[in-house]
Design a protein around this ligand. Structure first.
Ligand code: HEM
Length: 262
C-alpha cells in the first residue's frame, strides 16, 4: 500500500517552505549573516522543541503508526546539549528558557501528542527532513560565518550515523518509503499535511523573534538590502537531486562578498 504521503507532504508544504526561505532571518543567514549572540537563542528554542518532539516520539515508539517513523538515529537532543554547552558554557541549563514562540511550538507538539498522535508525523517530517536537506547547507554557512573551531557549534545539524551526502540521500529515501507505508485514511493525510504547514508557521514565528537581533548586528540599511528580494523556493520546481546546485550559487555569492563577520 502506498499513500504517497511523501509527495503529499512535499507538494503540500512547498509554498510554506518558500515563505520560510524568504523570511528576513533566513535571507540574512544565506548571505552569511549569522552571529553567536542570536544563533544560540535559536538552538535554545530548538532544544525545547526537540525535547518535546522526541519525548512524544519515544513514548509512541511501539505505536503501530508512529513507531514506523521512529528512527533513533535522528534524535537531536544530545547534540543540542553539546551545542548549548559550547555557546552558553557549562551552566547552559540555567541560562535558557524558551522564547514565547518557542513555547507555543512546544505546547502544540505536546497537545497533538496527547490528542492526535498521528499529527506528530507532520512535526517529525518538517524538522528532520529539513535538517537532513537544507539544514546541511545552513550548517556550512554557519560554520564559515562564525568561524567555528572544528567539531564545535553545529552538532545540531550533524548526524553521526548518517554522516555522508550519500547516506543522507539514502536515509531520506527510506524515510519517504516509511511515510508511504503508513496505513492512513485520506482525511488523516490531509490533517497531517495541514499540521506540517502549521509546523512551518511555528518555525517562522520562532525565527521571526530573532529579526531584531539580526538588524542590530548589520544595521537597518544592509538588512533592507538583503531582505527586499524574494528567491524561488528550493522545493518549488527542483528534482530532489538538484539540492547541491540550488544551494551552491547562494553560497558562492556569499563567499565573494566581504563577510561582515571576518
Ligand atoms: C534558508 C533556509 C532553507 C533552505 C535554503 C532550505 C533548502 C532546502 C532544500 C535545498 C531542500 C531539498 C529539496 C529537495 O530535496 O529537492 C529542502 C527540503 C526540505 N526543507 Fe528546507 N530549507 C530551508 C529552511 C527550512 C526550514 C526552516 C524548514 C522547516 C523547519 C525546512 C524544511 C524542509 C523539509 C521538510 C524538506 C523536505 C522536502 C521534501 O519532502 O522533499 N527547510 N530544503
Amino acid at each position: 500500500m502506498s499513500s504517497h504521503l511523501d509527495v503529499r507532504l512535499r507538494e503540500g508544504t512547498k509554498h510554506s517552505h518558500t515563505i520560510t526561505e524568504n523570511t528576513a532571518f533566513m535571507k540574512c543567514f544565506l548571505k552569511g549573516v549569522v552571529e553567536k549572540s542570536y544563533f544560540r537563542k535559536l538552538l535554545a528554542d530548538l532544544y525545547f522543541v526537540y525535547g518535546a518532539l522526541e519525548e512524544q516520539l519515544e513514548w509512541y515508539q511501539h505505536h503501530p503508526i508512529i513507531g514506523m517513523i521512529y528512527f533513533p538515529e535522528l534524535r537531536r537532543q544530545a547534540n543540542l546539549e553539546k551545542d548549548l554547552a559550547f555557546y552558553y558554557g557549562e551552566n547552559w541549563r540555567s541560562q535558557i528558557v524558551p522564547s514565547p514562540a518557542g513555547q507555543v511550538y512546544v505546547n502544540r507538539i505536546r497537545e497533538v501528542g496527547n490528542t492526535q498522535p498521528e499529527l506528530l508525523i507532520a512535526h517529525a517530517y518538517t524538522r528532520y527532513m529539513g535538517d537532513l536537506s537544507g539544514g546541511q547547507a545552513l550548517r556550512k554557512i554557519a560554520r564559515t560565518a562564525m568561524d567555528l573551531p572544528s567539531d564545535l557549534g553545529t552538532a545540531m545539524l550533524e548526524f553521526e550515523q548518517i554522516s555522508t551526502p550519500e547516506a543522507r540521500r539514502e536515509f531520506k529515501e527510506q524515510y519517504r518509503q516509511a511515510l508511504n507505508f503508513l496505513p492512513l485514511e485520506e482525511a488523516m493525510i490531509q490533517n497531517i499535511v495541514n499540521e506540517a504547514n502549521y509546523a512551518f508557521t511555528l518555525n517562522r514565528n520562532v525565527i521571526h523573534e530573532l529579526e531584531a537581533d539580526v538588524k542590530a548586528v548589520i544595521g537597518e540599511h544592509v538588512f533592507d538590502l538583503i531582505t527586499r528580494q524574494d528567491h524561488i523556493g528550493s522545493t518549488e520546481h527542483t528534482p530532489k537531486s538538484a539540492t547541491a546546485e540550488i544551494i551552491a550559487p547562494e553560497y558562492s555569492l556569499m563567499m565573494t562578498q566581504k563577510s561582515p563577520l571576518k
